[in-house]
Design a protein around this ligand. Structure first.
Ligand code: GTP
Ligand code: MG
Length: 368
């Protein structure tokens, strides 16, 4: 990892720890970590030349398969690093996509992941193909044939990507029609969102009586799940969505727009957070999700309820410390403390959701 802010130790410790956890979830055993502080990553190797040689000598002295970078790599950096280090190199975005692939079981998730992978690797693939066909380096008499194959393969990659995007557009159109149908029934949409592992699906299951897969592994849920909930006084659609992660790549947001649309179009959003995590982590995660919702997806903050989950794991002293660490968010969003797995306070949450839906009903109907 290249640290671009030398003072922000907490943040970088958290980022590295999270990277480690994600890698371990995929079965990687981490044998070492390597950090450099630089004002910005170098264009060719991320690290400075001296540091990258140090890394090379380390990786050549131990038995490893992969070097994982926290920083998002350009195609050129990945190519240069692989050639220099003589090992497979991936960045945190590719690592996340590997986890997605390992968890994906339905067609929509697979499609979104394939688009994300192809878009991410396009420049890298182009460099690899140019290298393979020795573009720019071959003997002039060979140039035309090599270039012809190279251009053909690049065209093939572009065609594949645009076919996948066409398929995605069809799903987006279907999604738009489904949404219109739901709206015409006058049924509001309530979306469960939050960091991965916060307990979103556990809450979804508890409120719907379904048994969708939950697990301590990251990104158990990849595509949205809808269910019509008969609440205490009214009905609404509840949707469970993919979990967020720190420092989302804009490419990922673009590739997963089908899933993210569910959040954007919701009438009410439950921002679920794991209140049993340490103050720093809880704060980082609430802040991350709140920023994605309000700054990236431009969701109106007045439609967000903060759901502090897993309260069964902590005592009241810890709970009050956790609450003070996110006091500004609890002032910004109404908050409800629950335990989705133990069923604690869920009836109160349901009442709260319905009350809030009632108060925004005029806007919901105005949207129909
Ligand atoms: N103790 C406790 N554990 C919980 C609670 N809610 C969820 N969990 C556990 O937390 C882990 C993650 O739960 P999920 O419901 O899969 O979390 P998620 O937010 O849907 O995760 P992703 O789909 O990966 O984003 C599982 O091991 C759950 O059993 C809770 O209220 N208390
Ligand atoms: Mg889930």
């Amino acid at each position: 990892m290249v640290k671009t802010n030398p003072h922000d130790h907490e943040l970088y410790r958290f980022k590295l720890e999270e990277l480690r956890r994600l890698a371990e979830a995929l079965g990687y055993a981490i044998v070492g970590e390597f950090v450099q502080v630089r004002s910005k990553p170098s264009v060719d190797y991320v690290f400075g030349w001296g540091k990258v040689l140090e890394l090379k000598s380390i990786v050549s002295s131990i038995d490893i398969d992969t070097v994982i970078f926290y920083n998002i790599l350009t195609g050129k950096q990945k190519f240069n690093l692989e050639r220099l280090l003589n090992h497979r190199v991936i960045d945190r975005y590719e690592l996340t996509l590997e986890i997605f692939s390992s968890m994906a079981s339905d067609e929509i998730s697979k499609l979104q992941i394939e688009i994300a992978k192809l878009s991410k690797s396009f420049t890298y693939d182009r460099i690899i193909l140019a290298e393979k066909y020795r573009i720019g380096r071959e003997h002039p008499s060979l140039r035309s044939r090599g270039e012809y194959i190279y251009r053909n393969q690049i065209r093939g990659l572009k065609r594949r990507l645009s076919k996948l995007k066409e398929k995605m557009d069809k799903y987006l159109e279907m999604q738009r029609m489904q949404l219109e149908k739901r709206r015409s029934l006058g049924l509001p949409l309530v979306c469960i969102t939050g960091y991965y592992n916060a307990g979103k699906t556990t809450l979804f299951n508890a409120l719907t009586g379904l048994r969708k897969p939950v697990s301590p592994l990251p990104f158990t849920t990849l595509s949205s799940k809808y269910y019509l909930v008969q609440g205490i006084a009214r009905r609404f659609f509840l949707v469970d969505t993919i979990g967020f992660v720190y420092d989302l790549d804009p490419l990922m947001i673009e590739s997963f727009k089908l899933t993210l649309n569910d959040i954007i179009q919701s009438d009410l959003i439950l921002l679920v957070a794991d209140v049993s995590e340490s103050e720093d982590i809880l704060r980082f995660k609430v802040e991350t999700v709140s920023d994605i919702l309000e700054k990236t997806l431009r969701v109106d903050g007045s439609r967000v309820i903060l759901v502090l989950n897993k309260v069964d794991l902590i005592d009241s002293v810890k709970l009050s410390r956790r609450l003070s660490s996110i006091a500004d968010y609890s002032r910004r969003y109404p908050s409800v403390i629950v335990s989705a797995s133990k069923g604690y306070n869920l009836e109160y949450l349901l009442n709260f959701i319905e009350g809030k839906l009632e108060s925004i009903r005029s806007t919901i109907y105005a949207k129909i």
